[in-house]
Design a protein around this ligand. Sequence first.
Ligand SMILES: [Zn+2]
Length: 285
Amino acid sequence: MKIIDAHVHFSSIQTFVETAHKLADVEYNEGGLLAEYEQLGVVAAVGMGLEESRVGAFPDEEAPALMGLNLKNRPSQIGVCIGINPFALTASELERLDAKLEDPTVVGVKIYLGYYPYYAYDSIYTLVYELAEKHDVPVVFHTGDTYSADALIKYAHPLTIDEVAVKHRNVRFVMAHLGDPWCLTAAEVMYKNHNVFADLSGLIVGTRNRVEPHMDTSNPYFDHFRHALVFGDSYDRYMFGTDWPLVQVRPYMEWLAGIIPERYHEKFFYETALRVFPKLEGLMK
Ligand SMILES: [Zn+2]
């Protein structure tokens, strides 16, 4: 089976470097990623653009307005979602975004709700949504718990996605992490709005030892997540993603393969990501 990883990182962010090394036992560079992908048949991936202005600054008001993937030697099958720093988003930066979205390797836009203190429906992002519509690329939102204690999670609650989904019906929106732990709310937003999708990345961080206890479905820790998937009944709009380097690809994939009903595996691991990020077609290995 061909696989697309709809959510990875390939940026020099201190907390990611530390987690990859200490918790996930991941080699956070080109060779490490390709070794994991080649074993499993991962043919394309979506990298979430992110940069910090100095080591350890993330989430960062001083970061570039348009954030990319700044580790060296990015594998060519990784498309980028340009990360937006709303504090730096001037008219000229929006013009630059317009131009960048013409690039075949730029497959979408990423907005870091919670890390930056604006709601998805704040007018600060309106022109970004208009550009996403113009270029037929999706907007990915961070939703749910944040990987920094300095973030403000109220801005990342999935209920806040409903309003943008209604106002911008021609834009495809992706809720990263299905709003975990507010998965049931995220599932309702998806059920109601057919232009909303979710990636199921980043729900577990670390090595196989941290993933394996959750493969036992008598463990209630992820009852809320499994309930939400069934309640949302949107199996054609959930996508596989890892949040690599925060977790190793294989154990995370095996965990989700045990939860998503087998008849939806083609859609979940491959087809839906191509529908959401059509430019990935040109990057596949
Ligand atoms: Zn991520």
